[in-house]
Design a protein around this ligand. Structure first.
Ligand code: FAD
Length: 448
């Protein structure tokens, strides 16, 4: 058995883990990150392959909303960012038209949401307040947005959380870091190592044995680590996993309260499909293409893989397909080749052409099925009616020994984002550092 000892172990080298470890190491702690994958980044995966003319994002791609910490790190890493360009299209029954609004009846929806005194799941809200046939489009668009954008199950998604998101502009104003998010993680890893921290890749944590002030983390390949404190940044999907699922991490003694809290929160599925073609065929008419879409930014459709986007203002001929929520979860065990076929059929329907035409133009292809990934078991967190209470339970450290961080436990507005993960990592490091500046309640009290 290979055995190592350190002050603090951080489990997971995603945005939260790297951020927490960097700040802890800079504060003089001896820190080791243990990461299951053979790469940094977790749900940030800037992927390079000869099939693609430039790196592609298999996970996070955009900067949603106000993201001060992300921007600060991008600046430090000398990475600039750029708003997506192009027009948005809606394709239904084979017909495409330009669209401005992602939800036509949003003002009506928001007016009703602001009259509600109690939170409820989206599906129940729509059935109760908009049951009539004339609201079919409103119901479809609201459900599609919650499932597609938030990866949420509408039977569980909190309408209060959706109301706050929608009144804040939803998916608008989302630039991309140029060259991808990968450089930001490299920066954090370099800063961590410069401060004396270490990272162990390819090391899967299987069990966390703990008692106050002492933790033993057992990993695959007979490795184990001892530490005084552990910061767990594994995704919510891993905390929600049952014993028979791959990716399950055991706690000894078990943390039933934390597991119950994790189960009360929402963690949705996303499948991303990336296709690079020999040219941006969608921009011009060809005999095989009945429906070109010039200047394509995003498109929303009723195809099996419904949402697609190009890379404008970057002209590279890359289309990204996106499927979220329960439909993506349903395809969790579907082989990538089958998903690729469905994606080509979806594009053929959208552009009114044939899969064979598209296949002949295809140069690079990749599926990222996040619910099938044992070290993610889903894509990102969405708010259920119980999330706010459950998050407080998860956030609470155990005996100043086990700490939880990651996008799921971030209490600010940007749940489910890179910013949320970074900020949560920063917060957990600050609470560990500050806790050691003040006398701990477990220390003997002075006699009066
Ligand atoms: C498809 C997709 C698209 C997204 N798009 C965006 C976007 O456009 N903008 C945005 O801001 N956010 C986006 N997100 C969300 C964003 O990627 C995440 O919120 C953020 O990266 C989460 O960081 P984290 O550190 O909390 O978790 P993670 O990045 O998941 O890090 C946790 C780490 O723990 C490791 N781990 C798991 N189990 C074990 C184990 N047993 N032993 C050791 N290590 C383990 C994992 O491998 C992982 O590296 C997207 C996510 C996905 C999946």
């Amino acid at each position: 058995m290979l055995h190592q000892q350190t002050n603090i172990l951080v489990i997971g080298a995603g945005a939260a883990g790297l951020m927490a470890a960097r700040d802890l190491a800079r504060a003089g702690k001896s820190v080791t990150i243990i990461e299951a994958r053979n790469r940094l980044g977790g749900r940030i995966h800037t992927f390079t392959s000869s099939e693609f003319s430039a790196p592609v994002e298999l996970g996070a791609e955009f900067m949603h909303g106000d993201v001060p910490l992300t921007k600060e790190l991008l600046r430090e890493a000398s990475i600039t960012y750029q708003d997506p360009g192009g027009k948005n299209y809606e394709v239904g029954q084979g017909h495409a038209q330009e669209t401005g609004d992602y939800m036509e009846d949003l003002p009506l929806l928001l007016d009703t949401l602001y009259t509600l005194s109690d939170d409820m799941p989206l599906a129940a809200f729509l059935t109760q307040y908009f049951p009539e046939d004339r609201y079919q489009l409103l119901r479809d668009q609201a459900t599609r947005f919650a499932e597609g954008y938030d990866a949420a199950d509408s039977q569980r998604a909190s309408v209060f959380a959706l109301r706050d998101e929608w009144s804040g502009g939803g998916a608008e104003d989302s630039p991309r870091p140029l060259g991808g998010y990968g450089g930001l993680l490299q920066l954090l890893a370099q800063q961590l190592q410069a401060a004396g921290g270490t990272i162990e890749l390819g090391t899967v944590v299987q069990a966390v044995h703990w008692q106050p002030g002492h933790v033993e983390v057992r990993c695959d390949n007979d490795r184990y680590y001892q530490a005084q404190q552990v910061v767990l940044t594994v995704p919510l999907g891993v905390l929600q996993a049952t014993e028979e699922q791959p990716g399950y991490v055991a706690f000894v003694p078990e943390l039933s309260e934390k597991r119950t809290a994790a189960a009360a929160m929402g963690f949705g599925a996303i499948i991303k499909v990336l296709f690079e073609f020999d040219e941006a065929f969608w921009e011009h008419s060809a005999a095989e293409l009945a429906q070109p879409l010039s200047d394509l930014g995003f498109l929303f459709s009723d195809a099996p893989i419904p949402t697609w986007w190009a890379q404008l203002p970057d002209p590279r001929p890359l289309l990204t397909g996106w499927l979220g929520g329960p439909t993506a979860l349903h395809l969790r065990d579907t082989p990538d080749e089958v998903i690729i076929e469905q994606a080509l059929e979806s594009l053929a329907y959208i552009f009114t052409t044939t899969p064979a035409y598209l296949r002949a133009k295809l140069r690079g292809q990749r599926v990222a099925n996040w619910a099938a990934d044992p070290f993610a078991l889903g894509a990102y967190t969405y708010s259920t009616v119980d999330t706010a209470t459950a998050r407080l339970v998860l956030l609470q450290p155990i005996e100043q020994t086990l700490f939880f961080a990651g996008e799921a436990v971030y209490a600010g507005p940007a749940l489910g984002t890179v910013e949320a993960a970074l900020q949560s990592g920063k917060d957990v490091a600050a609470s560990i550092i500050n806790q050691q500046l003040t006398p701990s309640s477990s220390e003997p009290q002075a006699l009066r």
